[in-house]
Design a protein around this ligand. Sequence first.
Ligand SMILES: Cc1cc2nc3c(=O)[nH]c(=O)nc-3n(C[C@H](O)[C@H](O)[C@H](O)COP(=O)(O)O)c2cc1C
Length: 217
Amino acid sequence: MSISIEATDQLLTTTRSVRKRLDFSRPVEPEVIEKCIEIAVQAPTGSNQQGWAFVVVTDAEKKKALADLYRKGAEIYITMPQPERADDDLRTQQRPRITASSMYLLEHMHEAPALLIPCIQGRVETLPQFAQASTYGSILPAAWSFMLAARARGLGAAWTTIHLFYEKDAAKILGIPHDYTQAALLPVAYFKGETFKPAKRIPPKQLTYWNGWGETR
Ligand SMILES: Cc1cc2nc3c(=O)[nH]c(=O)nc-3n(C[C@H](O)[C@H](O)[C@H](O)COP(=O)(O)O)c2cc1C
């Protein structure tokens, strides 16, 4: 079976961080989440370790506890220095919209029908860079595949990391073993509306070097 380039490109360019358009009132079938995880584990892992774990949280009290950690994390995050950028920088212009959207999620995180924490076996704190890259590189592709598979099924998710300021507390709530690293926290819900547009990004030509740093084609 050949894969349609158009459909593939549309999926890849319109899988957004969905926050305001998450439909908190519509339940998500556990089977759909399980199917997305089944697809996610087709992603590669370093040394074929397959050390993934996907913790799906639907219990209201646990979601609330995680959302509280997320909010506490946000209190730290907003005190951290942000990069200074020119007024006409694309990222400066996108910032108010992303901030508003993030504030909305902050208040509603616990309402998501499911929160997903993708985890990987191993801890990165004391590892050399090769092993750090291999550890995160063995979970982030799978987590992104989950988001893509979810998007194809009408589910939105937002990639978030702010609860990781309190990773140990989250591990305690969910009984995640000490030797597992949490990589993200994805609120998952059916999205409202039909379409997502490709985002404006820094032109890829400005980010692509051929045969040496700074060299163009
Ligand atoms: C590593 C990483 C961490 C992120 N952490 C958060 C977060 O904690 N909270 C949040 O609202 N969005 C978070 N985001 C989402 C980004 O802010 C988002 O990708 C950006 O706003 C661009 O939006 P788009 O993905 O819809 O194009 C994170 C994204 C990545 C890749």
